[in-house]
Design a protein around this ligand. Structure first.
Ligand code: DX5
Ligand code: ZN
Length: 224
């Protein structure tokens, strides 16, 4: 099943509750937490997640681009995030961390930067609910999609299938009407889109458009 997660990084930060309502029909709200250390940008943290959780019924997908996720990621699960994604490049003990996130009732996800391979982490897949393959270098919205990441999306999908696991495969960065089909054909099923949704005249219609494109590509890929 295709899921579309608008990234609020491209929303108006002074009106987050309204911006959440503007994407009615979205599967998750993607919240980019940046600490100005793991990435060269600073966004939002726990207080905003706690407030937004009360202001919307759409579940929250927290993408932590921060140092020391071992310390901070469980706090996002406690704050009510439905899914918590840590970067494996920053995690000291990813297995312990994934187990802790799940114990606190959230889905546990592991993110890979464009240059980080999936293969060293194959044995971790059963500990996870989702893998995020970054399709831009993390830190900013509105960057062009990196086609160089497509082979890794394919390899990750194959590993998930080989192990017979129910993992979701998310892509994030430069996802648009123009690039989403390539991601879907490569095996992604959860699509984060910031500028393609919030930069559109009608964000809810943009979500529907992306879902239609991705679903069409999945249907064609499975028919082959
Ligand atoms: C980038 C963030 C993304 C970002 C995507 O580091 O992780 O979630 O908001 O924005 P677009 O879709 O504009 O590339
Ligand atoms: Zn993100």
């Amino acid at each position: 099943m295709v899921q579309i997660n608008p990234s609020m990084l491209s929303a108006d930060f002074s009106r987050l509750a309204e911006e959440a309502k503007a994407v009615e029909g979205a599967d998750w709200l993607h919240l980019d937490v940046m600490d100005n250390h793991f990435v060269p940008n600073l966004t939002l943290g726990l207080p905003v997640v706690e407030s937004l959780r009360k202001a919307t019924s759409i579940p929250l997908d927290c993408h932590l681009m921060i140092e020391d996720p071992d310390r901070w990621a469980p706090r996002y699960a406690e704050a009510g995030a439905g899914s918590v994604t840590f970067h494996v490049e920053a995690a000291a003990a990813p297995v312990r961390l994934a187990r802790e996130i799940r114990r606190l009732g959230a889905r546990a996800a592991m993110a890979l930067n464009p240059a980080t391979p999936i293969e060293p982490y194959e044995d971790l897949l059963p500990e996870l609910d989702m893998v995020l393959v970054m399709t831009v270098e993390p830190g900013f919205g509105g960057q062009p999609f990196l086609d160089v990441t497509l082979p890794k999306i394919r390899r990750t999908r194959r590993l998930i299938e080989r192990h017979g696991l129910p993992l979701w495969l998310q892509v994030d960065g430069g996802v648009s009407l123009e690039t989403i089909e390539r991601c879907a054909e490569a095996g992604a099923d959860v699509f984060v889109a910031g500028s393609a949704v919030y930069g559109a005249e009608d964000p809810a219609a943009a979500v529907r458009g992306l879902r239609e494109r991705a679903s069409g590509a999945v249907a064609r890929a499975t028919a082959r």
